[in-house]
Design a protein around this ligand. Structure first.
Ligand code: GLP
Length: 251
């Protein structure tokens, strides 16, 4: 695994953007897997700046987001579709028809199952994901693959843990409004991406980052499964790197 430790969030965004831009340059139709949460925001800000100042072109990009809450319409301010429009898609020249976020606007389980299957199919149809961007939950989750998720799982519905709902309650008016279910790419979907780029910042991620990088590969820490990936890169700030024990990480 390649681990790059940088000073702060801003630098994390810049280094991550370098890697995303390099990946975009490798393909005629780059397929990017994208993540939500506060962590990737510096990355998206940097990409928007490069689009504005340097003409970075997103017109041929295809994107797939990791996950979406179940029970929120796409225009709900806390839906991940809304998040992506607001923080990236509305500010660059990506064709919105080429941006995919699982649709969570139904509570019908049969329909949700079909949505999950279609999502996997669409990823396959474009030849798979070239680069998957990830954040990490305080409990080591990636996407919404909570501890205990099957290592081979594909896109499906998951029940969110109380910790995840509490962590994400800051974006809602109250804890009770945080959805209980989400559609998420599986760990298998993520491991199928040709490259993976995990970002983490802040001391509250230090335990999860240490478990992911230096702990055993275990479903108890879904991010640790990235140790099985051939091209996984972590770009983390020094606070998130604070509990790492091994030496020799890149700076
Ligand atoms: C949510 C998302 C994850 C994200 C995590 C961490 O649970 N489903 O993809 O990594 O939050 O969020 P943050 O970056 O805000 O700490």
């Amino acid at each position: 695994m390649r681990v790059i430790v940088v000073e702060n969030k801003r630098e994390m965004g810049r280094r991550a953007a370098d890697l995303v831009v390099a990946e975009m340059a490798r393909h005629h139709n780059p397929v990017l897997g994208l993540a939500t949460g506060s962590t990737p925001l510096p990355l998206y800000e940097d990409l928007i700046r490069r689009h504005r100042d340097d003409g970075l072109d997103f017109s041929t990009c295809i994107t797939f987001n990791l996950d979406e809450y179940v029970g929120l319409e796409g225009d709900h301010p806390q839906s991940y579709r809304h998040f992506m429009n607001e923080h990236l898609f509305d500010h660059v020249n990506v064709n919105k028809r080429n941006t995919h976020v699982p649709s969570g606007n139904t509570m019908d389980l049969d329909r949700i199952e079909a949505i999950c299957e279609e999502y996997e199919q669409r990823i396959d149809d474009v030849g798979g994901i070239d680069l998957q961007v990830l954040g990490i939950g305080g409990n080591g989750h990636i996407g919404f693959n909570e501890p205990g998720s099957s290592l081979g799982s594909l896109t499906r519905v998951k029940t969110l843990t109380t910790k995840t709902r509490q962590d994400n309650a800051r974006f809602f008016d109250s804890f009770d409004e945080v959805p209980t279910y989400a559609i998420t790419m599986g760990i298998g979907t993520i491991l199928n991406a040709r490259r993976v780029l995990l970002l983490a910042s802040g001391e509250n991620k230090a335990d999860a980052v240490a478990a992911a990088l230096e702990g055993p590969v275990t479903a108890s820490c879904p991010a640790s499964t990235l140790q099985l990936h051939r091209y996984a890169t972590f770009v983390i700030d020094s606070a998130a790197a604070g509990r790492l024990q091994l030496e020799g990480y890149e700076h």
